[in-house]
Design a protein around this ligand. Structure first.
Ligand code: 7PJ
Length: 264
C-alpha cells in the first residue's frame, strides 16, 4: 500500500504534495513502482494533532481519489479517514477501501462501508491522535490490541462486511511506545488466526528514528525496509509505506526466501 498524503502537516512527508495534480502524479508513480493499493489521506494524525473539518478533509481527498480512480482503474484506492461522511463521499468518488484508524469505533462507520461492497481496514489506536502518545500504558499490549481487533472484526461482520473484505492493523505508533511497537511487530503471527488480512504501517515512524538515531523521517528508509521485511516474513499481508520501489524490491527477495513458510 503506497501512501498518498494530502495533508499540510503529516508525520513525514506533509506539505510535499501541494495540490491534487501533484498528489495524483505521485500516486501514479507509486502504482508504477509496484503499489497494489494507494492510500489517500487528508487528516493528519501525527501525535498531538487536532482534527480537521469534514469540508476541509473532503476538499483535500475527493479530487485526488476521483483522479486516481479514473487514471488507474486497476489499482484500488483506499481513503484514510475516521469520518463516516468522508468515507461515504470517498466511496462515491471511486475509493474501494476505507482505512479507518479509528477501527470502526464511530457507530456510523461500519454502516457506511457495509452496503457499499468496499473493504475496510480496522486499526487499533489508543484514545485519539491528540492524546495517544501521552504516556501510553497497557497491562499486556499484545493481548489488549488483539482482543480489540477481534472485537472490531465481529462488529464489522455484524455490519455486513464479510471477513474477506476486512483487514486488521495493530496501529504502530498510535498510542504506543517503542517497546509496545516492537512487541506488536513480534506478535504479527498471533493476528493471523483472527481470520482477516493483516496490515502493518511503520514506514518512517518515530520508533525507527529512536532505534537508528535518524531524526529526519524521510531518511528512515533502511529502518522502514527492515520493518517491512520482518513484518512480511512474520505473516503481514500488506505493508503501508512511503518508499514503494525500495520496499517492493526488498519484499521480492524476503518473500522468495520465507513466504512459503509463512503461508504454509
Ligand atoms: C497508519 C495509517 C497505519 C493504517 C497512518 C503515518 C501516520 N493507517 N495511517 N496503519 N498510519 N491502517 O503514516 O506515519 O499504521 S498516518
Amino acid at each position: 500500500m503506497g501512501i498518498v498524503n494530502v495533508t499540510p502537516d503529516s508525520f513525514s512527508d506533509g506539505g510535499l504534495l501541494s495540490g491534487p495534480e501533484d498528489a495524483i502524479r505521485h500516486g501514479a508513480r507509486l502504482a508504477d513502482e509496484g503499489a497494489d493499493v494507494l492510500d489517500v489521506g487528508g487528516e493528519s494524525t501525527r501525535p498531538g494533532s487536532d482534527t480537521v473539518s469534514i469540508d476541509e478533509e473532503l476538499d483535500r481527498v475527493i479530487p485526488v481519489i476521483e483522479g486516481l480512480s479514473k487514471a488507474l482503474p486497476d489499482v484500488p484506492v483506499s481513503v484514510d479517514t475516521r469520518k463516516p461522511d468522508v468515507a461515504r463521499a470517498a466511496l462515491d468518488a471511486g475509493a474501494r477501501i476505507v482505512n479507518d484508524i479509528g477501527g470502526g469505533r464511530d457507530p456510523e462507520m461500519l454502516g457506511a462501508v457495509g452496503p457499499s461492497g468496499a473493504g475496510v481496514v480496522l486499526m487499533h489506536m489508543l484514545r485519539d491522535p491528540k492524546t495517544m502518545q501521552d504516556d501510553p500504558r497497557y497491562a499486556d499490549v499484545v493481548a489488549e490490541v488483539t482482543e480489540f481487533l477481534r472485537e472490531r472484526i465481529e462488529a464489522a461482520v455484524f455490519a455486513g462486511i464479510p471477513e474477506e473484505r476486512i483487514c486488521i492493523d495493530p496501529g504502530i505508533g498510535f498510542g504506543k511506545n517503542v517497546d509496545h511497537n516492537l512487541a506488536l511487530l513480534r506478535a504479527v503471527p498471533a493476528l493471523r488466526p483472527l481470520g482477516a488480512t493483516v496490515m502493518i504501517g511503520a514506514s518512517r515512524k518515530g520508533f525507527i528514528g529512536v532505534l537508528t538515531g535518524v531524526e529526519e523521517p524521510s531518511e528512515r528508509l533502511e529502518g522502514s525496509l527492515a520493518v517491512a521485511v520482518v513484518a512480511a516474513s512474520l505473516g503481514a499481508d500488506l505493508v503501508r509505506v512511503h518508499d514503494v520501489a525500495a520496499t517492493v524490491r526488498a519484499l521480492r527477495v524476503s518473500d522468495a526466501i520465507v513466504r512459503e513458510l509463512v503461508d504454509g
